[in-house]
Ligand binder design. Structure first.
Ligand SMILES: [Zn+2]
Length: 471
């Protein structure tokens, strides 16, 4: 395999910041030093650029069935190509067990779909929806043999994917002993369902009722409840897509007592608020994701959480549905729910813009440091989900997943230039400073400016070590 030499860049990890050269051999970082030379190496001048570990997005939904035939509109190929253009070189997607299904079969189905398509490296969390004795019995092998050390459970969507507190407790007890962790979608699904029925009975069907029937209090309640269950089960717990200040308060309270409770938030909760639901007509369906966008107070709380490590990770929850029906059909479109908010597919795109948004609105805006930026987007995800030090940093022996990032270049986020299949952006027209220039996956240049050099199927499955073993 060719050698690659990245010259003169400013190398930034979660802790370091210095100018040096990086020599890559056989897909791994071979040496870091000043004035490295290699005649046979492919050379890249990184003068004036930030050289950072490839992003790791631990919450994405590529070609994911949502029930009733509805499915997200990015394939593993289009979604991972979009990720790569945004500087993300590893994703962790989901493999969902259905009723009567085996968790191992769920994983095998997703592996078969992902393997020929993925353009970046990938892993899976297994979603459990039918927590039977037989399903629980499979989990130690999934952790120890298959490299799946995180399991997602839903406290929302009763009758679809929701499980009860006993199932959560049993899963935690089972996986905790083997280095596994449980990820929770924390909302009180029973009360929310009652509120949705109330709204529909009153004839309230427009998209804004999605937000009005999913109150912050019910995210706070479920987050508090599940952390207490994890405390009882004596296992780490991870809250996905945390959005409400009431939920963050529950995480902060637990962490202050030394409980290993962790949480992620997403760019849309940091940069958008619930005023988007005031848009006219069906336009606001673009912002129908779960949890919904929140108020300004929540945004302030989330930024504080990121600074003080009460939130450890920024993921995207990339769950794209086209706004218009035409390109991929009604089953991959928000139009599926045009008559009722309760039928609008829940989810929004974002895998490509995570680094640019967080760099511009976080680092440039003075809210987080550059090292913290790398920690939130690469290092903590790798450590949290058993990929470190293979992934998540730039160090001798680590995979050469490297992003060359121009901290000065301005660009405009838009669906007309992004690489996802989805036909809209939550951030359409937003100008940001800081742009991905080149992306290397295990030493291979896959993105060069606007040029795509990657290939479907070049991504590798990542067998992960224990999850949740960080502080
Ligand atoms: Zn999600």
């Amino acid at each position: 395999m060719t050698k690659v030499l990245i010259k003169g860049g400013r190398i930034v990890t979660a802790v370091d910041d210095y100018v040096a050269d990086i020599l890559i051999e056989n897909g791994k970082v071979e040496a870091i030093g000043r004035q490295l030379n290699s005649d046979e190496a492919e050379q890249h001048d990184a003068t004036g650029l930030l050289v950072m570990p490839g992003g790791i997005d631990v919450h994405v939904h590529m070609e994911t069935p949502m029930g009733n035939g509805v499915e997200t509109c990015d394939s593993f190929e289009s979604g991972t190509r979009s990720a790569a253009f945004g500087g993300t070189t590893t994703i962790i997607d989901f493999a969902q067990q259905f009723k009567g299904d085996s968790p191992k079969q769920a994983l095998d189905r997703r592996l078969a779909a992902a393997e020929p398509q993925c353009c970046v490296d990938y892993g899976f969390h297994v979603i459990l929806t039918d927590v039977t004795r037989a399903a629980l019995a499979e989990l130690p092998d999934l952790i120890n043999q298959e490299g799946v050390s995180s399991f997602k459970l839903y406290m929302a969507y009763p009758g679809v994917v929701m499980v009860d507190d006993a199932a959560i407790y049993r899963t935690m007890r089972k996986v905790g002993d083997h280095g596994g962790m449980v990820n929770l979608h924390a909302e009180n699904g029973i009360v929310i369902q009652a509120m949705i029925e109330e709204a529909l009975e009153a004839g309230q069907t427009s998209p804004k009722y999605h937000q009005l029937t999913r109150p912050q209090l019910m995210e706070g309640e479920a987050t508090h409840r599940v952390i207490r269950i994890a405390e009882l089960a004596e296992v780490p717990v991870y809250i996905v897509h945390l959005s409400a200040k009431e939920a963050l308060a529950a995480v902060v309270e637990a962490r202050d007592r030394g409980i290993p409770a962790f949480a992620e938030t997403c760019p849309h909760y940091l940069f958008l608020d619930q005023s988007e639901y005031d848009r006219p007509g069906f336009e606001s369906a673009k912002y129908v994701m779960t949890p919904p966008l929140r108020n300004h107070e929540c945004q302030h709380a989330l930024w504080r959480g990121l600074r003080f490590d009460d939130l450890q990770i920024v993921s995207t929850d990339h769950c794209p549905f086209c706004f218009n029906e035409n390109a991929y059909g009604i089953l991959k479109s928000k139009q599926y729910g045009k008559d009722s908010f309760a039928k609008i597919p829940n989810g929004a795109p974002g895998v490509e813009f995570r680094l640019s948004l967080l760099y511009d609105g976080g680092v440039n805006a003075g809210r987080i440091t550059l090292n913290r930026f790398v920690q939130l987007t690469a290092t903590a995800p790798a450590k949290m989900f058993g990929l470190f030090p293979q992934k998540g940093t730039i160090a001798v022996g680590s995979d050469a997943d490297i992003v060359l990032f121009d901290p000065h270049q301005r660009h405009t986020l838009s669906a007309s230039t992004h690489h996802s299949n989805v036909d809209y952006s939550l951030f359409e027209g937003r100008s940001v400073q800081g742009k991905v220039q080149k992306v290397f996956l295990r030493g291979e240049l896959i993105v060069d400016g606007e040029i795509w050099l990657g290939r479907a199927g070049m991504g590798r499955y990542l067998s992960r070590a224990a999850s949740g073993r960080i502080l």
